[in-house]
Design a protein around this ligand. Sequence first.
Ligand SMILES: Cc1cc2nc3c(=O)[nH]c(=O)nc-3n(C[C@H](O)[C@H](O)[C@H](O)COP(=O)(O)OP(=O)(O)OC[C@H]3O[C@@H](n4cnc5c(N)ncnc54)[C@H](O)[C@@H]3O)c2cc1C
Length: 225
Amino acid sequence: MIMAGHEILKFVCYPISKAPDAAGNHLINWVAERHMPPTYQWRREDYNRTAKLDEFLPWFESWQFGWLDVPGLIKNCPHAYEYPLVDRDPVSQWTFGRVTLMGDAAHPMYPIGSNGASQAILDARAITREILAHGPTHAALVAYEAERRPATTSLVLLNRKNGPEQVMQLVEERAPGGYDVVTDVLSQQELEDIAANYKRVAGFQVEALNAKPAIVSADARRMGT
Ligand SMILES: Cc1cc2nc3c(=O)[nH]c(=O)nc-3n(C[C@H](O)[C@H](O)[C@H](O)COP(=O)(O)OP(=O)(O)OC[C@H]3O[C@@H](n4cnc5c(N)ncnc54)[C@H](O)[C@@H]3O)c2cc1C
């Protein structure tokens, strides 16, 4: 997987086929990302609209790296879709009586750090545990919200600062003309600290995660079925 660029202009791509086809080609997924000013009059939010190549290809026309031909990849792609990246300000309440919010309805976030769906799954686990403990009651929903709303609020806000990808923006700011070795611009310690902080907020630290008890214990799962 490669990620190139910075906050304003970014290209991500990776192969998704296990093996090349008869012609030796791999199926590639790519994302060309461009930041628009807040005043930009965007089309209505929609995740299934065919992209207009002339609106974003010119920004990547010079991205020929030798080992990767970005404009070639874009031009040869049979299907490209436009996904406006939008989130919402965290809200102060999810639970109203016996109704609560979860997943994107509760905490829509920029899809940075591969997190939106992961957090929706954690919501589902937490709400399951609380309903098993308190029954399908208001108290169960309040307990669920007390854990999950602060956790996801932090992530929504961190993703606005580019989450773990802020390292790309820092390098761009410090070396707009380029660099030879990335650690001349951003120390190994800074790289590790930024990654570690995001993992901590997102709950992705491998050792800490593995040491935690299951959110819904096997006993509780048996009781629930
Ligand atoms: C470009 C992009 C890349 C992403 N990459 C990642 C990633 O790498 N990793 C990750 O974890 N997350 C990623 N996400 C985020 C992830 O897709 C969402 O966080 C996740 O889908 C949220 O799940 P959800 O069930 O809360 O909502 P949704 O998936 O939006 O599900 C809601 C469902 O409700 C249905 N619905 C709406 N209204 C009604 C109605 N009135 N009646 C009945 N049904 C209704 C909708 O049709 C939909 O099927 C990405 C998102 C985008 C846009």
